[in-house]
Design a protein around this ligand. Structure first.
Ligand code: FMN
Ligand code: 7N5
Length: 389
């Protein structure tokens, strides 16, 4: 029998009989405010902040909230199965943890704690290129749990080649290539505090431990950390890349490749034509193009364009189980969870991330059931209306 994530609800109530209440809120939209109170302004600003006037981040939430579910009744939802197949992998639920860089600003155990939490709950962990823990260390704590690697496509071919090799050796199965960050956007919350983690003593260990990266430094990282940081800033991405360059990645990666940050249907078609396996419809949580289309508004167009050729995944604004349901109804195969798990990590380490995953999936399970579905397969556009307001 498939796991009933909704059981978490009664686990919480039963624990309450001995006086215990959850350490973190079960409404995940409250985590940001708590994190603001407990963590320093630099790290919180970096995680919670977004590009420009913040309008894209707000639009992401509004586009999800504007869509309303129309529940159906009497459809036998007793036995439910949330599992889905994504890129040839059987996932227990349509969820993965999004790549989030430099998690050591949230918690000393950083990516290791988040990866352990994902593994414990059976949810794929997508490790950022810009992580504060080396690929190998994350692989070590994950056993044989499902893990994907997010690539910032470096200007330095050897660094990219080296990352791909290290990720492959570490058992990372899917390559997620982020396209929407060839440059770091204008981010006023960070600029006003003159705070960028990479420049404030937080090493991106994937780079600093990488032989190809170190080969380009005149002195060892510990002797001249500033030079190492500046080399990272100068080469982590490459604004000169174009679609034909994808052939290099296809040749150097055996598993599925997913392009993250696709919003235009024509770009989704180009991804399919380039032999990619999937796309993540995402605006990077509103952190890149202020004023851009909300991710949920871009999703149906991409699904119409390539839904029969590519796995279409979604992120940017997912905060509740209902949001997961709505993303699936708009055609996504699965969603990536970003900021909420970073807040869970910041507030309570591995346990906090597990709490976030369990709350989200319990709420999603209940949303499915109460809307008349026994699993993701039957969810579709007919389940939603758009709020005219
Ligand atoms: C602090 C932070 C760091 C991030 N770092 C990366 C990264 O290294 N690579 C990447 O592809 N996306 C990165 N993202 C974007 C997330 O993968 C995801 O697209 C975004 O968080 C989704 O928006 P949401 O958090 O509002 O749901 C980062 C997001 C945040 C908040
Ligand atoms: C150098 C940028 C990497 C982190 C990132 O993707 C983000 O802050 O959104």
């Amino acid at each position: 029998m498939a796991r009933h994530w909704a059981d978490f609800q009664y686990e919480i109530y039963l624990n309450g009989m001995t006086g215990a209440v959850p350490r973190l809120p079960t409404d995940l939209t409250r985590l940001e405010e708590l994190t603001e109170q407990r963590l320093g302004p630099g790290p919180v600003g970096y995680v919670a902040g977004s590009a420009g006037d913040g309008s894209t981040a707000r639009a992401n939430r509004a586009a999800l909230e504007r869509r309303r579910i129309v529940p159906r009744m009497l459809r036998d939802v007793q036995e439910r199965d949330l599992s889905v197949e994504v890129l040839g992998r059987a996932l227990p639920a349509p969820l993965a943890l999004a790549p989030v860089g430099v998690l050591s600003i949230m918690h000393p155990e950083a990516e290791s704690a988040a990866a352990r939490a994902a593994a414990a709950q059976g949810v794929p962990f997508i490790l950022s290129s810009a992580s504060s823990t080396p690929i190998e260390r994350v692989a070590e704590v994950m056993g044989d749990a499902e893990r994907w690697f997010q690539l910032y496509w470096s200007k330095d071919l050897e660094v990219t080649r080296s990352f791909l090799g290290r990720a492959k050796s570490g058992g990372f199965s899917v390559l997620v290539v982020t396209l929407d960050t060839p440059l770091l956007a204008w981010r006023p919350r960070d600029l006003d505090q003159a705070y960028l983690p990479f420049l404030h003593g937080v090493g991106t260990a994937n780079y600093f431990t990488d032989p190809a990266f170190r080969a380009g430094l005149a002195k060892p990282v510990h002797e001249d950390p500033n030079a190492a940081v500046m080399r990272f800033v100068g080469l982590f991405a490459d604004p000169g890349k174009t679609w034909p360059d994808l052939a290099f990645l296809r040749e150097n990666w055996d598993g599925p490749i997913v392009l993250k940050g696709v919003l235009h249907p024509d770009d989704a078609r180009l991804a399919a034509d380039a032999g990619m396996d999937g796309v993540v419809v995402s605006n990077h949580g509103g952190r890149q193009v202020a004023g851009s289309i909300a991710a949920a508004d871009a999703l149906p167009g991409v699904v119409r364009a390539v839904g029969d050729r590519l796995a279409v995944l979604f992120d940017s604004g997912v905060r509740t189980g209902a949001d997961v349901f709505k993303a699936l109804a708009l055609g996504a195969r699965a969603v990536l969870l970003g900021r909420p798990y970073a807040y869970g990590l910041g507030l309570d380490g591995q346990a906090g991330v597990e709490h976030v995953i369990r709350c989200l999936l319990a709420e999603f399970d209940l949303t499915l059931a109460l809307s008349g579905h026994a699993g993701p397969a039957t969810v579709g556009p007919a389940d939603l209306v758009e709020d005219p307001a």
